[in-house]
Design a protein around this ligand. Structure first.
Ligand SMILES: [Zn+2]
Ligand SMILES: [Zn+2]
Length: 322
């Protein structure tokens, strides 16, 4: 039996569908028949060729995609439940982490699986066994002993697909930033990450959620997701005016947490100036290399500022997201 994999031959080009043999499952592994895949902002960076440092000057039979869900096609020997102990059978709908904390390095030993230096994803060159290593294909080969969660019927594939990326990452990031009940957060950028962050912050008990974006329809979505104040860059055209607006909304003190979900480095110095003394700046948006900003380190010291940056998440975040 064969399955298809989408392969990118040139940045900005079309995908080519190739067939590879569906592998046998080793003990502890799961073969997943994918039912949905999502297009992440990072996938667009890859496709446009903005991450050549990672993927090479020319994409070499590149396969990618990481937002997905599917049904159990085959269970490896010894797999009887998901990570929560719920019985697992062929045909069950599941979601899973798309990266692989090793669980045994010094970082994992400290309980910080999201920061595992070995968590890298499987091979992205098409034709490398077990062939189905990414989201854009008919199958996904889930390595042995991985984090996997059975999907309840009330979660549709459309909802579950991006939960293993944006939703889990913002949940993890806001938790690491120390965000919690009664606090104020500024969200820079109401794209996929930012909108998820609005909903998560609301659910975590935010007192006030302030969102910046340039596009009116995104700001409208942000309100639907639970934002209190949506501010347009079209109206507030300078950093000074935007910082002043946040100060006005926070009694002159600044926000407890300011989070970048934009990915342009110039928003960082601006966001740092929206923080209250002792507040935390959460950096998530920058993923393509070269996002350099400059800021007065003395201002950080004087404000007792904290900086937290977040890539991926620890597996508990996916369970909570679902
Ligand atoms: Zn993603
Ligand atoms: Zn590790």
């Amino acid at each position: 039996m064969n399955g298809r994999v989408a392969v990118l031959k040139a940045y900005g080009g079309e995908f080519e569908l190739r067939e590879y043999p569906v592998p046998d499952v080793e003990p502890g592994a799961i073969l997943v028949r994918l039912t949905r895949a999502g297009v992440c902002g990072s996938d667009l960076h890859i496709w446009r060729g903005e991450m050549k440092e990672v993927y090479g000057a020319i994409p070499k039979d590149l396969t990618f995609g990481h937002e997905m869900c599917g049904r159990v096609a085959r269970l490896g020997a010894g797999v009887t439940t998901d990570s929560l102990g719920q019985l697992l059978a062929e045909g069950d709908r599941i979601a899973f982490c798309y990266f692989f904390p090793c669980g045994r390095c010094p970082v994992c030993l400290r309980g910080e699986l999201g920061s595992c230096p070995r968590k890298g994803r499987p091979n992205r060159v098409a034709g490398t066994a077990p062939y189905f290593n990414n989201a854009y294909g008919d199958y996904y080969y889930l390595r042995p002993d991985h984090y996997v969660f059975k999907l309840p019927d009330e979660l549709s594939d459309d909802i579950a697909t991006p939960a293993n990326c944006a939703l889990s990452q913002v949940l993890y990031g806001l938790r690491r930033a120390g965000f919690g009940f009664g606090q104020t957060v500024v969200i820079q950028g109401a794209g996929g990450l930012g909108l998820n962050a609005v909903a998560v912050a609301r659910d975590m008990g935010a007192d006030r959620i302030i969102v910046f974006d340039r596009l009116a329809d995104r700001l409208e979505l942000a309100r639907a997701f639970g934002a209190d104040d949506t501010l347009s860059l079209a109206d507030l055209t300078t950093a000074e005016r935007r910082i002043e607006a946040v100060m006005d909304l926070t009694g002159g003190f600044g926000a407890d947490v300011v989070a970048d979900f934009v990915g342009y480095p110039e928003v960082v110095p601006e966001g740092l100036r929206m923080l209250r003394s002792g507040g935390c700046y959460l950096e998530v948006g920058s993923i393509a290399p070269g996002n350099v900003f400059s800021y007065d380190a003395t201002a950080l010291v004087r404000n007792n500022a904290r900086l937290v940056a977040t890539s991926n998440y620890s597996p508990w975040a996916l369970e909570q997201s679902l």
